[in-house]
Design a binder for this molecule. Structure first.
Ligand code: ADE
Length: 222
């Protein structure tokens, strides 16, 4: 999968050069390009923002640099994503759908937002990562990419996907690794005895219990 990220802050994306996403890039499963919107500005000072018509707080990102940046990478296979607090709430099902695409373009807004004509021209999928407002689209872009990358074939094992939170409508059970006793905090006996039926039953119960306590709304859905 190819991903182009259009941003005024290319330096924000070093997270995508580490751990699992880095390995996926090194293995040729993901190609991620960071594109500086400012380099497309036709303003002599490379300005990319301006005051909103009609007044109002703060600055808006101008349409021209974003338009030219999108046009420099867009093909007929491209799906354009605009992270925005006004978008539809991102979830596993949207992540799975996006993971099947060949080419994603992310437009990172900043300041008070972007000129509406970017949406009128490109009709991006607008996605929110939660009911709060961040200072820009860079963090949401990384959240969205990190999550959907896990569903790209080969990025992580399918066992990991099946066992994790939300895959079955339940939160994940607690997990432990060695040592079996740390400062007197012991790993539950059932996990040490090798009885796989018992272990599975224990994990199912813990998942149910954790979900009931923390996210009872998930239980109502199934
Ligand atoms: N940009 C600013 N806040 C955001 C949010 N909550 N989700 C997605 N994009 C955003």
């Amino acid at each position: 999968m190819k991903i182009d990220i259009l941003t005024l802050f290319p330096e924000s994306f070093s997270y995508l050069d580490s751990s699992i996403i880095k390995r996926a890039k090194d293995n040729g499963l993901l190609e991620i390009n960071i594109i500086d919107i400012r380099s497309f500005s036709k303003d002599k000072h490379k300005k990319c923002d301006d005051y909103p018509f009609g007044g109002g707080a703060g600055m808006l990102m101008s349409v021209q640099p974003i338009y030219d940046a999108v046009m420099s990478v867009k093909t007929e296979n491209s799906v354009i994503v605009l992270p925005s607090p006004s978008g539809k709430t991102y979830n596993v099902s949207i992540a799975k759908d996006l993971s099947k695409e060949k080419h994603l373009i992310f437009i990172c807004g900043h300041y008070e937002g972007i000129d509406q004509r970017v949406c009128d021209i490109f009709h991006p999928i607008e996605l929110s990562i939660g009911d709060y407002v961040l200072t820009g689209g860079e963090l949401p872009t990384m959240v969205i990419i990190d999550c959907l990358s896990r569903f790209v074939d080969g990025v992580i094992s399918s066992d990991s996907l099946n066992e994790e939170s939300f895959s079955s409508g339940r939160l994940e059970y607690p997990q432990y690794t060695r040592p079996a006793d740390f400062l007197g905090y012991k790993v539950p006996e059932v996990l040490l005895n090798g009885n796989h039926a018992e272990i599975e039953k224990y994990r199912r119960q813990m998942s149910e219990e954790r979900t009931r306590q923390v996210r009872p709304d998930l239980l109502d859905k199934k």
